[in-house]
Design a protein around this ligand. Structure first.
Ligand code: B12
Ligand code: SF4
Length: 470
């Protein structure tokens, strides 16, 4: 029997120097499906070479896909109507499944306005397997828990939730063999460096914290790959890909402290010297000098430090409850080791006042962070904070346009401060934070690719002009 042909694509375009990484979600799914079915799989990441939608459709047709899986963030979902219409026209009998953060956020609504057949929220491996089994065994998907599907002209939400993989070590390594890594090595990754041979890792899923603006893709229980398995994976990439630079995308890599020490200890014993970065951040109030020393010995050189707010009142409101004193101490200690530290800060929370904003700016400014990005809160359905605004201030949701928006350029203001003042504080944040000779000195001293720093200057000015320019 010929293998089942599965075409997996990650949607969206790369518009600036901001990061692009290998599409881990569909790479994990591909690796898993290979262990379950006789399949031939092709992976396409639209973002890496800004492949036009029509080219993506052409490739799916040429490949002769029996099943198409499309993965996307909400910011990338705007092309779904066009792409699914053309995919259906080119391959009328092919099952189109959508999944990823957008479906996890929008649920049944993610099937509105497009021609995808099935939408899979949350973790994808087991649910996609169940969808394929149901499709090729009579087509009845009513028994697949937690998915959204079309039936008799309507969208149906199946009862139950899509299952999580309990033992993460039972999953195969993501299918790096289906991805050409070279183009990724030439553009900035989430770690804002380029021209470096790296691999992205995702060594844990789920998070026990309760920040009310955050996704729930992997549930609220931390599941981890064992330290031994993480090291096996690292050794595999060193051996087979000649890579010694590893970018961790975990949400809370350092929550399991024993595992952190185990992983760092095993890395320090490797024959090859490796470099580690944590561009999605660590939970900084859960670090201490010992864990920072262990990470340093293992090779950490670049780390995001999520602060979000410098106001204890807002910390409580958003459920982050970060210990700001410990945060500052640990940033200082990490920076003293010349590890490049990037602050993630958010502004625009409901009820946030000028006083809160001032506290946030002051906290960022007194920190030893090398850089900071002052994001505006972007609300996604499926989060508690979205429901709060929906209840108290629904008018504010009307203007949200997620389409193709990037990172620091989203311009929303859900705070109590009028827009004019609010964006003034955002610009002030960038100005006060960066207009500091000691910080500029440390950036140029500790950034690994000083020569590429000028590339980020236009990005800096865009942020500095937020709320003034278009
Ligand atoms: C790396 C990362 C990025 C990178 C690269 C993202 C990319 N895809 O190119 C960069 C830095 C560019 C980025 C940017 C942004 N990001 Co981001 N990012 C992440 C991060 C930290 C890791 C993503 C990852 O690799 N996960 C690991 C893989 C294994 O998980 P996964 O992709 O979700 O796949 C699993 C399931 O979703 C599902 N699945 C995925 N695809 C498919 C497809 C099918 C068919 C099926 C069945 C299942 C399925 O199965 C997979 C395996 O279980 C996540 C947080 C997180 N923990 O996931 C946020 C996250 C994806 N980002 C998020 C956001 C909000 C953003 C920004 C909009 C931030 C902002 N306000 O500007 C920008 C968007 C920029 C843009 N225009 O694209 C949100 C998404 C929310 C949403 N509804 O879309 C997340 C979830 C974090 C959060 N705070 O909530 N991000
Ligand atoms: S923001 Fe980070 S710490 Fe908070 S719930 Fe999300 S992943 Fe967990």
């Amino acid at each position: 029997m010929r293998p089942l042909k599965i075409f997996l694509a990650s949607l969206g375009f790369r518009k600036s120097v901001l990061g692009t990484i290998p599409p881990l979600g569909i790479m994990y799914i591909a690796a898993y499906l290979r262990t379950k079915f006789n399949v031939e799989i092709r992976i396409v990441n639209q973002k890496i070479n800004n492949m036009p939608d029509d080219e993506l459709v052409k490739q799916a047709k040429e490949f002769g896909a029996d099943v198409i899986g499309l993965s996307m963030l909400t910011t990338n979902a705007y092309s779904l109507p066009y792409t699914t219409r053309n995919l259906k026209a080119a391959l009328p009998d092919t099952l189109i499944v959508i999944g990823g953060p957008h479906v996890s956020a929008f649920g049944a609504k993610s099937l509105e306005g497009n021609l995808a057949d099935v939408a899979v929220p949350y973790e994808g491996e087991l649910a996609f397997e169940a969808v394929i089994n149901a499709h090729f065994n009579g087509g009845n998907m009513a028994g697949v828990p937690g998915i959204f599907r079309r039936a008799e002209g309507t969208i149906v939400s199946n009862p139950g939730i899509t299952p999580f993989v309990e033992n993460l070590d039972s999953l195969p390594f993501p299918a790096y063999d289906l991805v050409d890594l070279k183009p990724y090595w030439n553009v900035p990754a989430m770690t804002s460096l380029m021209r470096r041979k790296y691999v992205s890792l995702f060594t844990s899923r789920g998070c026990p914290f309760r920040c009310i603006y955050c996704h729930r893709i992997f549930g609220d229980r931390l599941r981890v790959h064992s330290a031994q398995r993480v090291i096996e994976e690292i050794k595999f990439y060193i051996r087979d890909y000649g890579v010694n630079d590893f970018e961790f995308h975990d949400d809370v890599f350092n929550h399991d402290k024993r595992r952190l020490f185990e992983i760092c200890g095993l890395i320090a014993k490797l024959d090859s010297k490796v470099k580690l970065s944590f561009p999605n951040g660590l939970r900084f109030d859960e670090l201490n000098t010992d864990s920072i020393d262990a990470l340093t010995d293992a090779g950490i050189y670049h780390c995001a430090c999520p602060l979000e707010s410098g106001s204890p009142r807002i910390q409580k409101l958003i459920g982050k409850n970060l210990n700001i004193r410990k945060y500052l101490e640990n940033v200082k200690y990490m920076t003293s080791k010349r590890i490049f530290t990037l602050g993630f800060v958010m502004m625009g929370f409901p009820t946030e006042t000028e006083e809160d904003l001032k506290q946030t700016i002051e906290t960022a400014c007194i920190s030893r962070l090398h850089t900071a990005t002052f994001f505006t809160l972007t609300l996604f359905p499926g989060t508690k904070i979205y429901d709060i605004v929906l209840k108290n201030n629904p008018g504010k949701l009307k203007n949200i346009n997620y389409d193709d928006n990037e990172y620091a350029h989203m311009k929303y203001n859900f705070s109590d401060v009028p827009d004019k003042e609010f964006f003034y504080y955002q610009r002030k944040a960038y100005r006060d934070f960066y207009m500091n000779p000691s910080r500029i000195f440390r950036i140029t001293r500790d950034f690994r690719q000083t020569r590429s720093l000028p590339l980020f200057i236009p990005e800096y000015f865009k942020r500095l002009l937020k709320g003034i320019s278009g």
